[in-house]
Design a protein around this ligand. Structure first.
Ligand code: 5MM
Length: 338
């Protein structure tokens, strides 16, 4: 393992004013997204949609890396260039989701553990050969009556750390994604307490597995009220609680933190990121959004050939606004001007 190479990839992923596009929807998830625009999900429509995003004019101004799904990593542009090579030619780092999903944790009702460690070393070797330079693994922690338990958090953090160590062994930067879900009616205080415990345990396990912290990117949830909580915290409270929590647990050795959007509205996700970036921080704080970058672009495209450019324009509008947020320079009035 070459540490210097890992560090340089990780720094590139969180380059100033840029963030990561999470386009790693598995076949089931992308079908749900396409259902929303009444588009059939086929290998061809999935290719076309990803090509629309990946070839948006100016994409490299705001996007540093793209997380792909296994199928996408093996697909090509209509001109015949494999997606990883197409992205790399633009200066965008190709990435791959390597987890195999969150599955019920036996004997722990309401909790899941993410699977995918078996055979991971061999898969990473193949992905590296196909051009991937970073990977992603998502652990899912839900808040409910009696959970998460200490055991559930430990099981997920342990798997995340084993994955991260294997990635680095293969010269691939791991995105470490422990997501505390914002489903449910919990308060922002409940979210902070659980996120505290999850991050503490994640970094304990990363240390135990001798993971080189300078060569990872953390992808956490923001500290936020549950979607069904009627007394939702303000954007300023979300920004303040999130930074406070991250400062407690994330070593300054980590080059960057790239948030997931987790079901926030597109504008909320952008505003929260910008508010957090208004103060000096020990790490780069940016985005690795899926829905918050894609939802409006997907609607603007609608699966229609004559709306291909309209979809690209909408994608770039959100990407640029989030790029500004990564520098603390976004204000909500830009939504109408952009
Ligand atoms: C793109 O969505 C990813 C999950 O896909 P599957 O459920 O199909 O495996 C997800 O991991 C995503 O990368 C992150 O959670 C960020 O997405 P959001 O929409 O939360 O920003």
């Amino acid at each position: 393992m070459n540490h210097a190479e890992l560090v340089s990839i990780a720094r590139g992923m969180v380059a100033p004013g840029k963030g990561i596009l999470a386009a790693d929807e598995s076949t089931g998830t992308i079908k749900k997204r396409f259902d929303g625009i009444q588009l059939e999900s086929t290998e061809a429509t999935r290719q076309l949609y990803r090509e629309m995003l990946f070839s948006a004019p100016g994409i490299a101004d705001a996007i540093s890396g793209v997380i792909m799904y296994d199928e996408t990593l093996r697909q090509k542009t209509r001109a015949g260039v494999p997606f990883p090579q197409h992205l790399a030619s633009l200066g965008i780092i190709p990435g791959i989701k390597v987890d195999q999903g969150a599955k019920p944790l036996a004997n722990f009702p309401g909790e899941t553990v993410t699977e995918g460690l078996d055979g991971l070393r061999e898969r990473l070797k193949e992905y590296h050969g196909l051009g991937a330079r970073f990977a992603k693994w998502r652990a899912v922690i839900d808040i409910g009556e009696g959970y998460p338990t200490r055991f559930g958090i430990e099981a997920n953090a342990h798997a995340l750390a084993r994955y991260a160590a294997l990635c680095q062994e293969q010269g691939i930067v791991p995105i470490v994604e422990p997501e505390v879900l914002m489903d449910g009616d919990h308060s922002i205080e409940d979210c902070e307490a659980v996120t505290d415990e999850v991050l503490c345990e994640t970094f304990r396990q990363l240390a135990g597995h001798r993971v080189h912290l300078e060569g990872i990117v953390l992808k956490p949830n923001m500290v936020i009220s549950g979607k069904k909580n009627t007394a939702r915290a303000t954007p300023e409270q979300v920004a303040e609680a999130t930074v406070r929590c991250l400062r407690r647990w994330v070593s300054a050795a980590v080059p960057g933190i790239a948030f997931l959007s987790g079901g926030q509205s597109t504008t909320e996700a952008t505003l929260h990121l910008s508010l957090m970036n208004r103060e000096p921080l020990p790490w780069k704080l940016t985005f690795s959004y899926g829905r918050a970058l894609q939802d409006s672009a997907l609607k603007a495209w609608g699966g229609k050939a004559d709306k291909f450019e309209a979809g690209q324009r909408e994608f770039m509008r959100r990407a640029r606004l989030n790029g500004l947020a990564a520098k603390g320079a976004y204000t909500p009035d830009m939504e109408t001007k952009a």
